[in-house]
Design a protein around this ligand. Structure first.
Ligand code: ACO
Length: 341
């Protein structure tokens, strides 16, 4: 006897970015850089950073994005049975940021809360996990969030400029529930990782491996291993084929031609990565790949839900459209989700 599994659909979507706009030229107050360098290499014109005086964490941005997703779904916090929180910039080392969101938003005590650490691929992993729980019937309403406050953890000196000009703060949230028809549902998800390149994009400290964790000489020089480090060319070299593979895998698994894809929502790592994938590999026209990194920078786990949120608000996708979400990030991790929106 075979048991037919349920299918999952996205019933709510929300995005939120802080008000403070930081333009490329604004970065010159901390580092030696230029608008031209940043735009040519990354496509970024500006990003949003939290107001540092206000002690705003990833959970705070997540609250706002989640409220919008709940409103979109016609739900209230008490409807949520499970939270999956993806971030690389948690409020604290532990406990996970999801429980802070639970408390601030008023999600019922006793709900399941799970934090995941898949960086730029976090929303893809989170969506896939939610899909499994809904398919098996364990939960009916799951909130998946990607939220980041990068700006408080970057090396803003010239030494760290290759990384710090890229990242922005923001949050995106989606609510998943059982599908009710053949119009809107998750078709498949695909998850991958390769730990061989873990140190090519990482923040080394704090680390449980070493004590003491702060080298006073390094701190005195303004250099600490608590800042993110990136081998930019290595990231570029892996990101391009992995993002493209993720799209091809999702389409091939379901026998769907690329021509049927209404919109690709790639992780907003760097406009040059996305343009290379779009033009050199997939051959898709501009109106079938959505980017908003120009306005927000790279918001890591938040980037895909934020992009999908903006894309839908701009009327470029609507219910029932075939959409592919694809990501690549630290770990390395990569993957995709194919869905009818
Ligand atoms: N402003 C001005 N000059 C800069 C900056 C900056 N922000 N950053 C680096 N430079 C300088 C360097 O110091 C170097 O100067 P030098 O020639 O005098 O030594 C010069 O620019 C070139 O530096 P490279 O590191 O060789 O720059 P590259 O051309 O490789 O570009 C970049 C760097 C944009 C990061 C590129 O490697 C890239 O696009 N990599 C992809 C990685 C990426 O985008 N990651 C996003 C986050 S990861 C993710 O989401 C998956």
């Amino acid at each position: 006897m075979t048991t037919e599994l349920r299918r999952t659909r996205m019933v709510g979507l929300g995005g939120f970015v802080p008000e403070r706009v930081v333009k490329n030229d604004d970065l010159k107050q901390w580092m030696d850089t230029s608008d031209q360098w940043i735009q040519e290499r990354t496509g970024i014109r500006e990003r949003r950073w939290v107001d540092w005086d206000k002690k705003i964490g990833s959970s705070d941005l997540a609250v706002e994005a989640s409220k919008r997703a709940l409103s979109d779904a016609g739900m209230v916090p008490k409807d949520i049975q499970m939270v999956i929180f993806a971030t690389l910039s948690p409020d604290h080392l532990f406990p996970g940021t999801g429980v802070f969101l639970q408390r601030k938003l008023g999600i019922p005590v006793g709900a399941a809360v799970l934090d995941i650490r898949q960086q730029c691929t976090g929303f893809i992993y989170g969506t896939s996990i939610a899909d499994q729980f809904i398919k098996t019937g364990m939960y009916d309403r799951i909130l998946v969030i990607g939220a980041e406050v990068h700006s408080t953890g970057l090396d803003l000196s010239t030494r760290g400029r290759d990384v710090s000009v890229i990242f922005g703060d923001g949050a995106g949230a989606a609510i998943y529930a059982p599908a009710v028809d053949d119009v809107s549902y998750i078709i498949s998800s695909h998850l991958h990782a390769d730990g061989n390149s873990a140190e090519d994009l990482w923040t080394e400290y704090p680390s449980s491996k070493e004590m003491p964790q702060l080298d006073p000489a390094e701190v005195a020089e303004g250099k600490t291993r608590h800042f993110p480090q990136m081998k930019g060319r290595q990231v570029f070299k892996h990101a391009v084929p992995r993002m493209a593979e993720s799209v091809f895998e999702a389409l091939a698994r379901n026998g769907v031609p690329l021509a049927d894809l209404k919109m690709l929502i790639p992780h907003q790592a760097n406009l040059r990565i996305n343009e290379y994938v779009q033009k050199q590999i997939l051959g898709l026209p501009d109106d079938r790949v959505y980017n908003n990194i120009q306005r927000y920078g790279n918001t890591t786990a938040a980037s895909i839900p934020l992009a999908l949120y903006d894309c839908r608000r701009e009327g470029k996708v609507q219910k029932g459209d075939l959409v592919c979400l694809a990501a690549f990030g630290a770990g390395f991790t990569w993957g995709s989700v194919l869905m009818k929106l």
